[in-house]
Design a protein around this ligand. Structure first.
Ligand SMILES: [Zn+2]
Length: 507
């Protein structure tokens, strides 16, 4: 049998190869770092020609979209991988029809997201004229050009107050003493308050402005953080840009088509606002003859323009995503499609972490993987010590170890699913997994534990179908939402017992 063929697309920095070196003997890997845009007929033909032989394709975010038309001409495709858990540029419905599983990476980088960091890099670069002064100094031109903009007291306008938008806004308040206003089609003051309070800021920190043009007229700096959809396409057009202050700064690290490009080029050519910093374009990579590249920005009355090549996404974190794509939890934990494949793709799985103890049954179907015991043990006995855990955040893959602490198991133990009649207890204080006290474990038994025994409030609630008959608790969302009666008879971690006592005392 010939080896399955695996195409890695759009890896601009050429960093993927070492992450997949361990499967090279089993999988034939090809790299295509140069993006082809299927919206262009000639490029689409070339893309199909290029990808037709491949069984597995790894897409990098939205760099190459996969529409029905493209996918229909890839008869060998058996598995589509992507980075992240949401990718609107893949036709998931069509993949489901064809039985092609689509999987993404679930892990979130810790700390300030790279797009937020890059947004601030651009706001500050514009406000402090960093690229322009840098070029002038190196060219032997002026010593000081125009004065820097002081951000304190100025108003930052956020279009799209989601996770990234709120995070940019929080920094504006805490680091630069700015005011924050926000606009999006359905934003209310209540939602803006929720966003602020969710980040530990006072109610009223983010002011929702209902009139769109009023919002653009009031902001000194406008930053876009919308998801691109048919509704948000061109959300910033000629009217909005004309409403901005002539001293206004505009930053887009979200998606190019959120702004009507013609209107923006016109306003910037006329010097209608002071400056713009643009990280996202359509198409990408930006063609060499694009007017963004060829116009003499900042001269002859034109606005100052800073360009970066979609670096909000070009971050070291991409290494982590490539790592996750071959980690034990990726196929199980980030299912994007819900159908069984027509044939099983050759797995890229790493070696078993508990050979002779845990047998993992893998499925590309959503949440259908599981772990089974290779051994028989008496009730209450030690099954395994947890030795490979690292600190984690609340996520579908992590296990809660205290009131505010979570770990990633980093082993095949991650395949132990929930059951309302579990075979194991996960003791996250002693860091050990034990057979339940009620009955012994037999070789071949499913390895399961009762998720609310460690999880207070789960990242993703789910409807249980563990097959425990009237013992099944139905919707599983963590111990917080369960009555004492529901939890009766289950071994619970000390932090869950403690939180339950507090809950009961408060009621
Ligand atoms: Zn159940």
């Amino acid at each position: 049998m010939s080896k399955p063929r695996f195409a890695i697309l759009d890896d601009y920095q050429g960093i993927a190869a070492p992450h997949f070196a361990h499967v090279e003997d089993r999988v034939e890997i090809a790299h295509f770092p140069e993006t082809l845009d299927p919206r262009d007929d000639a490029q689409r033909d070339a893309l199909i020609e290029r990808l037709r032989p491949f069984d597995v394709i790894l897409a990098m975010r939205e760099r190459t979209p996969f529409t029905r038309e493209t996918l229909a001409q890839l008869p060998n495709l058996k598995l589509l991988l992507t980075t992240g858990t949401r990718n609107l540029s893949l036709d998931i419905a069509y993949c489901a029809e064809r039985g092609i599983p689509v999987a993404g990476t679930a892990r979130r980088p810790v700390g300030t997201p790279s797009t937020v960091q890059h947004t601030w890099a651009l706001i500050l670069a514009l406000a402090r004229h960093v690229p322009r002064d840098d070029a002038a100094l190196k060219a032997g031109a002026y010593w000081q050009g125009s004065l820097g903009v002081s951000l304190a007291g100025k108003t930052l306008g956020i279009v799209g107050l989601g996770k990234l938008g709120s995070s940019v806004a929080k920094i504006a308040i805490e680091a630069f003493s700015m005011k924050v206003i926000a606009w999006s089609a359905n934003l209310t003051q209540e939602k803006a308050d929720q966003a602020a309070e969710g980040l530990g800021l006072a109610k009223g920190s983010f002011v929702a402005v209902s009139e769109k043009l009023d919002f653009f007229a009031r902001a000194d700096v406008v930053s876009l953080h919308n998801v691109l959809s048919e509704r948000s396409r061109g959300v910033v057009g000629k009217e909005e840009l004309s409403a901005m202050k002539t001293t206004g700064l505009l930053v887009n690290t979200s998606r190019g088509p959120l702004i009507n490009e013609e209107a923006l080029l016109e306003v910037l050519n006329a010097g209608g606002i002071q400056g713009a910093a643009i990280d996202v374009f359509d198409p990408e990579p930006l063609p060499l003859d694009s007017r963004w590249r060829t116009t003499a920005w900042g001269r002859d009355g034109r606005s100052e323009v800073i360009l970066s090549p979609h670096m909000g996404y070009g971050d070291e974190q991409i290494h982590g995503w490539y790592d996750e794509l071959h980690s034990p939890d990726s196929i199980k934990m980030a299912p994007i499609a819900v159908q069984e494949p027509t044939s099983t793709p050759t797995p890229l799985y790493p070696p078993a972490t508990h050979p002779g103890l845990i047998r993992v049954s893998r499925s590309t179907k959503a949440f259908a993987s599981g772990a089974y015991s290779e051994v028989s043990l008496p009730a209450g006995s030690l099954f395994a010590k947890i030795t490979t855990a690292t600190p984690g955040t609340k996520a579908y893959t992590s296990v809660q170890t205290g009131r505010d602490t979570h770990i990633e198991l980093n082993s095949d133990l991650v395949f132990c699913n929930h059951s309302c009649t579990p075979s194991l207890n996960f003791d996250m204080h002693k860091m050990e997994v034990r057979v339940v006290d009620e009955r012994p474990l037999s070789a071949g038994d499913a390895l399961t534990f009762f998720y609310p025994s460690s999880e207070w409030e789960m990242d993703q609630a789910f409807q249980c179908n563990c097959g425990s008959g009237d013992k099944c608790k139905g919707l599983i969302k963590g111990a917080k939402g369960m009555s004492r009666k529901d939890l009766e008879g289950y071994w619970l971690n000390p932090h869950i017992e403690e939180l339950l006592s507090e809950r009961d005392a408060a009621n």
